[in-house]
Design a binder for this molecule. Structure first.
Ligand SMILES: Nc1nc2c(c(=O)[nH]1)N(C=O)[C@@H](CNc1ccc(C(=O)N[C@@H](CCC(=O)O)C(=O)O)cc1)CN2
Ligand SMILES: Nc1ncnc2c1ncn2[C@@H]1O[C@H](COP(=O)(O)OP(=O)(O)OP(=O)(O)O)[C@@H](O)[C@H]1O
Length: 199
């Protein structure tokens, strides 16, 4: 995936060349959250539209029956308009649910427009939980990612644990291009199949 033209080098700080001293993970998470916060509202809306259109095209190309989506948290790309298009095209959707602290994520069926409530972690989940099997493909929100598709998340390890069990679902990392960084890979890290950004 190194050669994917949709994964450009992020400009500025933290070149993804392995040459500079890597900041630690908490520091890296702070930097990445700041970068995301610095994106102005109109730009974010335009980027989210582009990412959403690419997600719809990817889902159609890969014949996905059930897609694990995410409800946007703190500056993550908001792809809810694309979710509505996908549902209309017959794709079943599911939202991730933290069932236990140190476990894989669960997934609950969700239809756009259906009511949600904030769970104990502040993440929106369907008010009425209809749990389903792990979807055949997942959109994975990334706080950071590298050229090989490795991901930095919020640190709970939820997606890593979710992807540990075979057969693995297809995975598409979702992030803005400015979130590409170099970092040290942990032993549980599994690279994503593909990244989709606005670039
Ligand atoms: N949109 C979205 N949903 C998701 C995830 C995610 O990364 N993004 N998750 C991926 O694992 C799971 C939830 N995991 C979470 C892990 C940590 C924190 C957390 O530390 N939140 C901070 C606030 C973060 C911020 O404001 O930037 C906090 O509560 O203090 C939240 C959710 C399932 N759902
Ligand atoms: N497959 C796994 N089995 C057991 N523990 C795991 C597994 N994957 C991750 N973990 C645990 O989760 C912790 C957090 O992982 P990491 O720092 O990679 O989180 P993250 O990918 O940034 O977060 P998240 O996936 O929640 O967004 C790891 O230190 C590890 O202890």
């Amino acid at each position: 995936m190194t050669g994917d033209p949709r994964i450009p080098r992020a400009p500025g700080l933290l070149p993804d060349d392995g040459a500079s001293a890597a900041p630690d993970k908490p520091q890296l998470r702070r930097i990445l959250k700041e970068r995301r916060r610095a994106i102005d509202h109109a730009t974010k809306r335009a980027w989210d539209d582009r990412i959403g259109a690419r997600v719809v095209a990817w889902v159609q190309e890969h014949d996905v029956r059930m897609l694990g989506v995410y409800w946007p948290l703190a500056g993550e790309p908001d792809l809810r308009p694309a979710y509505a298009d996908l549902a209309e095209a017959g794709v079943r959707l599911a939202l991730p649910v933290v069932v236990e602290r140190d476990a894989a994520l669960g997934f609950a069926a969700w239809v756009p427009g259906e009511a949600t409530v904030a769970d104990s972690m502040g993440v929106a989940v369907p008010s009425e939980l209809r749990m389903v099997d792990r979807p055949d493909a997942l959109l994975v929100p990334c706080l950071g990612f590298d050229a090989r598709g490795y991901r930095v998340g919020y640190g709970g390890g939820f997606y890593d644990r979710t992807l540990a069990a075979e057969p693995r679902p297809k995975t598409v990392g979702i992030a803005y291009a400015c979130q590409q960084v170099a970092f040290e890979i942990g032993k549980y890290d599994i690279p994503l199949d593909q990244m989709i950004t606005e670039m």
